[in-house]
Structures are given as structure tokens and as C-alpha cells.
Ligand binder design. Sequence first.
Ligand SMILES: N[C@H](CCC[C@H](N)C(=O)O)C(=O)O
Length: 280
Amino acid sequence: MKFTKMHGLGNDFVLIDCMEQEVKNPSQLAQEMCDRNFGIGADGLVLILPSDLAEADYRMRIFNPDGSEPQMCGNAIRCFAKYLYERELTEKTKLNIETLAGIIRPELILKDGAVELVKVDMGEPILRRSEIPMEGEEQEQVIKEELAVGTEVFEVTAVSMGNPHCIIFVDDIEEIELSNWGPQIETHKVFPEDINVEFIEVLNQDEIEMRVWERGAGITLACGTGACASTVAAILNGYTNRKITVHLAGGDLVIEWADNNNRVYMSGPATEVFEGEWKL
Ligand SMILES: N[C@H](CCC[C@H](N)C(=O)O)C(=O)O
């Protein structure tokens, strides 16, 4: 089975073009392919599929290394869009992609005919507690709510970009023991579908530093939906302007939560590394 290895700021994926080959058990295949010793090694498996929706060009499915299927993946959809254009599966530079988070709209930014950046309309953030989802009394938003994790108490802000994110603002991000707190918060009983965990240090009104423990994946070098959710959380808490740079371990994303249409825009690179043949 042919595959293509790509990454968005070091958040890496195996892409399989299912227009010509069928994947029977993607959850099992994701666990095998994503294994960094016995497989290819990746933070996710991405399937390129036709869409039955008239308004969509293609459909993207994403699977975490643990085999779970999240609603969306920001770094992956930039890779997905670049793949379609460079393989001439589309001539469009503005695409409509069907995902479990709805129709997501990547735009390819070209320079000298090549894809330089991908700007993605990630849709509107979801802030209602019950839609994150997060248990507890019904309320509009979860902003700086205390969450007991073992002997520690964190102030959390919860935002969904189709997939759930728990954002915690700290004074010094280097002091955070991500491997300790990440899994405990990811699987906390208050989050019925588990959750991605972002620790944020606000550098100034135009920049934040982010480290992430991803649901179903663990520590990754970047998380696109997480950067979007963290930007929304920073604005809700009054820390930053509406268009900022998010500094991730793997590089930078520019995120804007537009005040004229309530939509979140993410701009960043997508890189193809190699093609290969998976021996079934
Ligand atoms: N692990 C995430 C999906 C991948 C998100 C991330 N890689 C991104 O770039 O948005 C989840 O279970 O919601």
C-alpha cells in the first residue's frame, strides 16, 4: 500500500490516497503505521477520500496513534490540501474539505507556482460547556474554572474546534511536567470524550508560547486545532489581541479569531518528506 509522509511543524502524518486503494480497518492500521519502532512513525494516519457532499471537494479522516478517530486535525488538513494540489487531484487553491468537524476550508498560498503556506478557515469555536464536552452544571463558557487533578488545582479554559481542548495559562512553560499532567488531564472524568491539553505562556499581546499533550497521541511538536483553541482562550481571558503568533516546539502558526464573522483562521506550512510502500 502506497503512502506519503508529511508534517505540519513536526506534527507528522502518514497520508493514504484512498481514491485508488481501500483501507479496511483504519483504526488498526493507524496503530501499526504510527508506531515509531515497528511502523513508519507518525502522530496520525490521514485518509484521502471522496466526499458525498455536493459542497465538498474531498473528505478527510484522521486517526490518532491509539486508533481513535478525532473530529479534526489542523496540521493534517494543511498537508492534505497541499497533497491534493501537488498531485493534481485538484486545480483549486480554495478547497472545501468534509471532516467530522464539518466543512473546513484550506486556501493554498502560492509563490512562483509552489505552495508556500496554507491558510485554513477553521470555522467558529465551540464554547458551550455541554458541547466541549465537559461535565458539570450547564453554563455558556468554561473560563478559568478550577479543576482538581490529583493534589494539584489548575485553572482551565475549555474550547472546542470540533475536537476538545483544555487550555491552562502558566507563568513559565518550561517548568510544566507535561508527561505527568498531560495524561491525567486528558483522561479526567470531567471530560467524557477525553481532551487535548495545552499549556500556554503569554509572552505579550501578540505572542504566546504553547506546549501540548494531545488526546490519543501524547506530546507532539505542534497542534493546529490546539493553537486555534488556545488563541480563542487567550482572547476570552483578555490576554492578547485577536491575531497572534503561536510559538510551538516545531515552529510558528499565525492564528486570527476574526471579530467580524467569529471564524478562526490558521496560517502555516505543510511539508512532504517521503513516499513509501507499506508491506501488508
Ligand atoms: N489528537 C487530536 C487530533 C489531532 C489534532 C492536532 N494534531 C492538530 O494539528 O490539530 C484529538 O484527538 O483531538
